[in-house]
Design a binder for this molecule. Structure first.
Ligand SMILES: [Zn+2]
Ligand SMILES: [Zn+2]
Length: 384
């Protein structure tokens, strides 16, 4: 992408054509300075939009479980100050001179990524989320997925060790990493679709879930809720597995079957019945009881947990030629597709709007597993 940044090819822009372009944007957000500290008001500056970048006035930002892992350094890779947020919806406030995809005033969304190498095999295939460049993709907050210290030549091709996410009033991104929020989708509801939505949509699409398929969803938090709604809208017969019987009425309201994980008889009765199973449980868990529920040649995909699971009993996998797989977020095309799919089918996450100064309490409740809906921060509360 370096060629288009060459000064020789940079078009001349007059002040009249491009109003209000700033060198730096004074910004405010909520950030944590250490793994043990709460999120607090944090003032900072962003570099204004260059060439093919857009400036966004952030309206809403969803609260993802991974924000909490990152703030607390639970993956041992957090760069501080940590300003989280990767479920961002806002309005374009300014565009760089080469921008063609978006206009000032457009409603746009930004998910987990704000750049990728653009040249590796996965990037060329449109799978930016599996970028194999020296620093993998550039995360919306916390910098490159592979920092300089862990890259092959100790380089950072993005030139930024830390990035600040959407718990703030502004964002500046490459135009290709901003998606269009379709008319008919509420901007606050759209926010969690940019991570939770595409993270569940991408494997359902990749493993070709279709009308009439039987699909199991393990876990009924924010990801499980989205997965169930999407699979149902794809025409599948959905069964949710939960360890909390309190969530039964919610599942029934969604019009899907629900099974209590500790009900051994019900679990046994589902042996060899599923075409596809998605695990959304965000920590170490035992998938062996679910592998038994797959039909021959079918797949169980784990997307919630990024740590070693209980060992898999390979006899169950081998005897019936089953697959155990994983999946990470989704690419840009899938992100646009899931936004459009949700607008078309009139589905979306159940959300609760919060003010940004409620964020630390919201984290506590998410950590206790009390929350099935998604918290979404109304960024207007930053000014209050
Ligand atoms: Zn997320
Ligand atoms: Zn790449």
């Amino acid at each position: 992408m370096n060629e288009i940044l060459e000064p020789a090819t940079r078009p001349e822009v007059s002040g009249e054509q491009q109003p209000a372009g700033q060198q730096t944007l004074k910004s405010v957000g909520y950030a944590a300075k250490h793994s043990f500290s709460n999120l607090k008001r944090f003032e900072f500056e962003r570099e204004g939009a260059k060439q093919n970048e857009i400036e966004i006035e952030v309206l809403f930002c969803g609260v993802c479980h991974s924000d909490i892992h990152q703030v607390k350094n639970e993956w041992s890779n957090t760069v501080y100050p940590c300003l989280p947020g990767h479920e961002i919806v806002g309005r374009v406030s300014h565009i760089g001179p080469s921008v063609t995809r978006h206009r000032v005033g457009d409603l746009v969304g930004v998910g987990c990524m704000i750049d990728s190498c653009g040249t590796c095999g996965p990037c060329r295939a449109g799978d930016q989320n599996y970028c194999e460049g020296p620093n993998s993709w550039l995360a919306t907050y916390n910098g490159p997925m592979v920092p300089a210290a862990k890259s092959p030549d100790q380089v950072n091709t993005y030139g930024r060790d830390n990035t600040y996410g959407g718990y703030s009033d502004t964002l500046v991104v490459n135009e290709n990493f901003a998606l269009k929020i379709p008319a008919g989708l509420r901007p606050d509801v759209a926010a969690p679709i940019l991570c939770a939505g595409v993270t569940t949509y991408s494997p359902l699409k990749h493993w070709k879930v279709k009308t009439g398929d039987t699909v199991g969803i393990i876990g009924f938090g924010g990801l499980g809720d989205m997965a169930a709604k999407l699979a149902k809208a794809m025409g599948a017969q959905v069964t949710l597995f939960t360890h909390t019987q309190d969530k039964f009425p919610e599942a029934e309201r969604l019009g899907v079957s629900v099974v209590y994980e500790k009900d051994k008889e019900a679990m046994q009765g589902l042996k060899s019945t599923f075409d596809f199973i998605l695990s959304t449980v965000p920590q170490k868990h035992d998938i062996n009881p679910y592998i038994q529920m797959l039909k021959r040649d079918c797949t169980l995909c784990v997307l919630g947990a990024l740590e070693p699971l209980e060992p898999v009993d390979n006899s169950q996998v081998a005897f019936h030629r089953k697959n155990v797989a994983g999946s990470l977020i989704g690419n840009l095309a899938d992100t646009q597709e899931v936004l459009d799919f949700c607008a078309k089918h009139d589905i979306g996450p159940d959300i609760q709007i919060i003010d940004i100064d409620d964020i630390n309490d919201a984290y506590d409740r998410v950590e206790k597993g009390e929350v099935r809906f998604r918290y979404v921060i109304d960024m207007a509360s930053l000014d209050a």
